[in-house]
Design a protein around this ligand. Structure first.
Ligand code: PEP
Length: 255
């Protein structure tokens, strides 16, 4: 019942794949496959240099463009970083923040995730905020605690009004890029826990309105079952978003 209040979001995370010319080709291939599938938002989070080309290729389609990271300062001496207004001007509407690969390889912490989240919101971007436990944490039985803490720290200082522009992506780290998908029960359980955390931080209305995605080896074969669950409102998809056919099947599952 509450699920029907939320519009699913199917987002592709291309990671460090696709040159601008390949981006253009993939979007041209994908666009007719997802045409008319308007019961969900379709987003492609692409490398920075692909944003402008991707935006142009997606013009007139139902595909929206996002980035994969943003810095928390507005401008300044941060060599190699990128600011929210640069992303917006290039054509990004969304940004992924706190992906486990950034936490694992690039020193991202809950605190920097929070700073980036606030900067992205202030800059007019919609945020896909990633949280998720390591395999060792799941085995220790502390998944709920880890994911709750990540969510609480990431959302410090984010207002109820700004929550309209926040999507939470529950991504168990052990399921990302591994081909091991969480079962629908496991994914649903944690997405429901996250919704409870949001209810505690804000109220029931905000919790019921917040889109919570599952991510971690979601593919054409398992998407429908995952997306059928009450608290799973979409997907953040890595590998399968690089294949137009597979990604379009996932979009169809959300329709
Ligand atoms: C991701 O990059 O967020 C992701 C879930 O990747 P994959 O679908 O390849 O596991």
């Amino acid at each position: 019942m509450n699920k029907t209040l939320r519009r699913p979001v199917i987002a592709g995370n291309w990671k460090m794949n696709m040159t601008p010319s390949k981006a253009k080709a993939l979007i041209s291939e994908l666009a007719p496959k997802v045409e008319g599938k308007n019961e969900c938002d379709i987003v492609l989070c692409v490398p920075f240099v692909d944003i402008a080309v991707a935006k142009e290729a997606a013009e007139g389609t139902n595909i929206k463009i996002g980035a994969q990271n943003v810095h928390f300062a507005k401008s300044g001496a941060y060599t190699g970083e990128i600011a929210a207004d640069m992303l917006v001007e290039a054509g990004a509407e969304y940004v992924v923040i706190g992906h486990s690969e950034r936490r694992q390889y690039f020193g991202e912490t809950d605190e920097t995730v929070n700073l980036r989240t606030k900067a992205a919101l202030e800059g007019g971007l919609k945020v896909i905020l990633c949280v998720g436990e390591l395999l060792s944490q799941r085995e220790q039985g502390i998944t709920a605690e880890i994911v709750s803490l990540q969510t609480k720290i990431a959302l410090q200082g984010v207002t109820a009004e700004q929550m309209k522009n926040i999507i939470i992506a529950y991504e168990p780290v052990w399921a990302i890029g591994t081909g091991k998908t969480a079962t629908a029960d496991q994914a649903e359980e944690v997405c429901a826990i996250i919704r409870g955390v949001i209810a505690g931080l804000y109220d029931d209305a905000v919790a019921k309105a917040t889109v919570i995605q599952y991510g971690g080896s979601m593919n054409a074969a398992n998407a429908a079952e995952l997306l059928s669950r009450e608290d799973i409102d979409g997907g953040l998809i890595g590998g399968a978003s690089l294949k137009s056919e597979d990604f379009s099947i996932i979009v169809s599952a959300a329709n």
